[in-house]
Design a protein around this ligand. Structure first.
Ligand SMILES: [Fe+2]
Length: 377
């Protein structure tokens, strides 16, 4: 008793905290004395319930556990400790020299199985090894935790720098072409509203947002004289402008590690009936569920363009129609809306047109909720 009181005062300096669970006080005493001599803090419990209470009240590193005890067996206590306190190492110390019981204990998570009468040196070695293993496991857990946090931080930084690059490109384009000033932002804002309305996932909405911001970035590679030409474009000039989809994809490829965003940029001028550019992909979707086809657009089997690109095509066209261009004045909203209606199923995905027109109509009806979907109002 005097020994326990003395070592309790030194608990903070102990090598580890050990709980000895045995219904025989003489066994607890022998083990305690040996381990205290070795520099451990020891506490004792005479049955399983007391043991579990002590484990829940204090920090123990290791539990030495008898199996045959009144009330709760050591095996039951082991199960509870292993599930509720997996960081505590457990060594079974028992008179049951039965292989099945030993195997069962190890399967339940015991580190070792020592048979009575106890060889105290063996016990000491087993305790040292169990605690060393526990230390390594905890260190590893800690490392994993920090690693995950580090990876998360890095991912966030990469995302931020990626977003900044995209924004710089969008700004660079608008500085070059005054007629597209505000276009990317308006398209982005409407695209996000329509994507939400279509019930797309947050991840897909974010991709649509980024793709919308930079969908016309390829115009950086189009000659300014052509972009600003007030009259009708020649065939060659028109081909040059059309190339902005592919140029955009090429510009973004080194910084955008996402095939779906690149696909939207490349295909935002495709037409629903397959007569658009640059690849003339059709968008006929037999599922007609409004979701993107599972196959990538590059699939040789299914040459289609994605829902994201179809969505961009509608909103991009609407914003272009309602904006002043070097070669024509902006159309009024009603004319632009009826153009979208007319193009349903030919140039445009009918479902997206319906959603876009409904959303922009609602925005017009409630100016408080007005979005870019109602631009021009
Ligand atoms: Fe475009």
């Amino acid at each position: 008793m005097r020994l326990l009181c003395t070592q309790a005062m030194n608990k903070g300096n102990a090598k580890a905290n050990i709980l000895i669970v045995d219904d025989e006080s003489s066994v607890r005493g022998i083990i305690s004395r040996k381990l205290i001599q070795e520099g451990y803090y020891c506490d004792e419990a005479s049955d399983g319930d007391i043991a579990l209470k002590k484990v829940s009240d204090r920090d123990f590193d290791l539990v030495l556990l008898d199996i045959s005890m009144p009330l709760k067996s050591g095996t039951e206590v082991l199960q509870e400790v292993a599930s509720r306190y997996p960081d505590i190492a457990v060594i079974m110390v028992t008179a049951i020299s039965n292989v099945e019981t030993a195997i069962q204990s190890m399967k339940l998570g015991a580190y070792d199985y020592i048979i009575k009468p106890i060889d105290l040196n063996m016990l000491r070695l087993s305790v040292n090894r169990a605690l060393e293993k526990r230390r390594l496991v905890l260190e590893n857990k800690d490392y994993q935790l920090h690693l995950e946090k580090k990876v998360q931080e890095q991912t966030e930084k990469i995302r931020e720098s990626f977003f900044n690059s995209i924004m710089s490109l969008a700004i660079a384009l608008e500085a070059k072409d005054e007629y597209t000033r505000g276009h990317s932002e308006r398209v982005t804002s409407s695209a996000v509203v329509v994507a939400r309305e279509l019930g797309l996932s947050d991840e897909m909405i974010e991709k649509i947002r980024l793709a919308s911001l930079v969908h016309d970035i390829g115009k950086i590679g189009v000659e300014e004289s052509i972009l600003r030409k007030p009259g009708k474009l020649t065939e060659d000039e028109y081909r040059h402008v059309m190339a902005h989809c592919e140029i955009g994809e090429r510009i973004l490829h080194p910084i955008v590690d996402d095939e779906e965003i690149l696909e939207m940029v490349r295909h935002h001028h495709e037409r629903y009936d397959g007569t658009g550019y640059p690849d003339g992909l059709a968008a006929a979707d037999p599922n007609a569920d409004g979701m993107p086809p599972s196959e990538p657009a590059s699939s040789p089997v299914m040459k289609r363009f994605s829902l994201g690109a179809r969505l961009l095509a509608v909103i991009d066209a609407y914003d272009a129609m309602t904006s002043n261009r070097p070669y024509r004045k902006a159309l009024d909203i009603e004319t632009a809306r009826s153009e979208l209606e007319k193009g349903k199923g030919q140039q445009f995905d009918p479902k997206i047109v319906e959603v876009f027109l409904r959303v922009s109509n609602e925005a017009l009806a409630s100016p408080g909720k007005q979005s870019h979907a109602s631009k021009g109002a």
